[in-house]
Design a protein around this ligand. Structure first.
Ligand code: FAD
Length: 411
């Protein structure tokens, strides 16, 4: 029989969800250093299809882990959203709305921090299968067998762990595609005004999502990362099919950008699935739990990095309790992902996606445009500014009512 390596915790995937879980584990319990392995099929720094927008919530999580962001980044302080019924200003009096990084550098920075904290990363090792019984979990990989008390599936939207343990449901997988365009920063409003742009008008063309344009730096050179997210589940198989339709919507959203010329250059477009939160899912089965895209992230915007950190923090808390003998701790993690602050936030975003991307979307955009104060609260809530997203719904509604109806300041 093949020899196996033994750990307390095995984590499939060394992206933000896997590395955050590992680092929160060691933060909570330093004695776990050397007893956790993250299995990663690639090697850092590895390319990841992602716009790299970190919302303030993610910056709070980095602070909590004691990680200083030491990769090139562009801070965004202004924002606008074009909607089918007019535009909305997302700016918040100079507050940072997003910090845009490149994922190869960001994830590599996290991997360095994790390694320094005593977490092993088994790179170029692919998880192939999972079995579990009352004594533990066995993870087979192309680099041998790993055994542990607990397995965390943090291996992204196409999670092998999820398929092996939870079954293969694909209905809540959307898709985003993107490209990068070199720009002259002095002539680009995204750089001059430190602005990002969203455009939801593609909803009228049948897309359940939006186009975006973010300023970013690639090897020090100013670029725009532009892309389009569609919550619907479809494969890009036919030539000229959904992918071509999405690119056409993106070109229509940003006609001033030289995107038209890129239409035929398939190699310049990168696309990747995003699994979004579905309250019917479960996130714990036996000794296996899911985190990040493998579990499901923001259905409205496809934002998943802050969610990966939140899942990681909760997973770490649950794992410590489980290792201490609380056999119900992983089931409690599942409940927390449904009913705790992150579950409630994702539930509200799923509700918003159903309405903003639904048959009466114009009505909902009209309502969203009525009150500037309501928009400010919405932006702060979404960004997790000052932990606003963790307020119980009752208090959030009270704050909203005071600001919108009585004119109280939003902060
Ligand atoms: C085009 C696009 C733009 C996006 N823009 C943003 C944005 O601006 N802001 C934002 O917050 N989110 C954005 N997202 C979403 C974000 O990329 C994800 O939510 C985030 O990467 C989730 O982190 P994760 O750790 O769960 O998964 P991942 O980042 O996918 O990490 C999973 C890791 O597991 C590894 N892996 C996979 N399978 C195996 C296996 N079998 N064995 C071993 N290792 C495996 C992968 O190599 C990877 O390193 C975007 C997504 C797309 C597609």
């Amino acid at each position: 029989m093949e020899a196996s390596r033994k750990f307390d915790v095995v984590i499939a995937g060394a992206g933000p969800a896997g590395l955050a879980t590992a680092m929160f584990l060691v933060k909570n319990r330093p004695s776990l250093a050397g007893r956790i392995v993250a299995i990663e099929k690639s090697a850092h720094p590895r390319f990841k299809v992602c716009a790299g927008g970190l919302i303030p919530k993610t910056m709070l999580a980095l602070d909590e882990l004691g990680i200083a962001l030491d990769v090139p980044a562009v801070e965004v302080i202004r924002g606008e959203a074009a909607t089918p019924v007019g535009s909305v200003d997302l700016s918040r009096n100079g507050d940072v709305l997003a910090t845009v990084i490149r994922r190869d550098q960001f994830d590599s920075m996290l991997a360095r921090a994790a390694t320094e904290a005593g977490i092993e990363i088994a790179q170029r090792t692919r998880v192939l299968g999972v079995t579990q019984d009352a004594r533990g979990v066995r993870v087979s990989t192309d680099g041998g067998i790993f055994e542990a008390q607990i397995l965390v599936g943090a291996d992204g939207s196409g999670s092998r762990v999820r398929r092996a343990v939870f079954g293969a449901h694909k209905e809540t997988i959307g898709r985003a595609l993107m490209t990068d365009i070199a720009v002259d920063p002095e002539r680009s409003p995204e750089f001059v005004e430190k602005r990002y742009r969203f455009d939801f008008r593609c909803i009228s063309g049948g897309i359940k999502g939006y186009s975006w344009s973010f300023p970013c730096l690639i090897s020090g050179a100013p670029h725009l990362n532009v892309g389009i997210y569609d919550q619907r589940s479809h494969e890009f198989t036919e030539e000229g099919g959904e992918q071509a339709r999405m690119i056409a919507e993106l070109v229509a959203a940003f006609p001033e950008l030289p995107l038209d010329g890129l239409k035929r250059h398939a190699a310049r477009w990168q696309s990747f699935p995003i699994r979004w939160f579905d309250a019917r899912d479960s996130y714990a089965r036996g000794r296996v739990i899911l985190a990040g895209d493998a579990a499901g992230v923001d259905p409205l915007m496809g934002e998943g990095i802050s969610c990966s950190f939140e899942h990681g923090k909760l997973a770490a808390g649950a794992i410590c309790k489980f290792l201490d003998g609380n056999s119900a701790a992983l089931a409690a993690y599942d409940r927390e992902l449904h009913e705790g602050a992150v579950g409630k936030k994702l539930g509200k975003l799923a509700f918003a996606a159903r309405h903003f991307y639904g048959p009466r979307s114009r009505l909902f955009f009209r309502i969203a445009r009525i009150s500037r104060r309501a928009q400010e609260i919405g932006v702060d809530w979404y960004n997790g500014a000052r932990h606003l997203d963790e307020l119980p719904t009752r208090r959030l509604i009270a704050r909203w009512a005071r600001a919108v109806l009585l004119g109280d300041p939003v902060r």
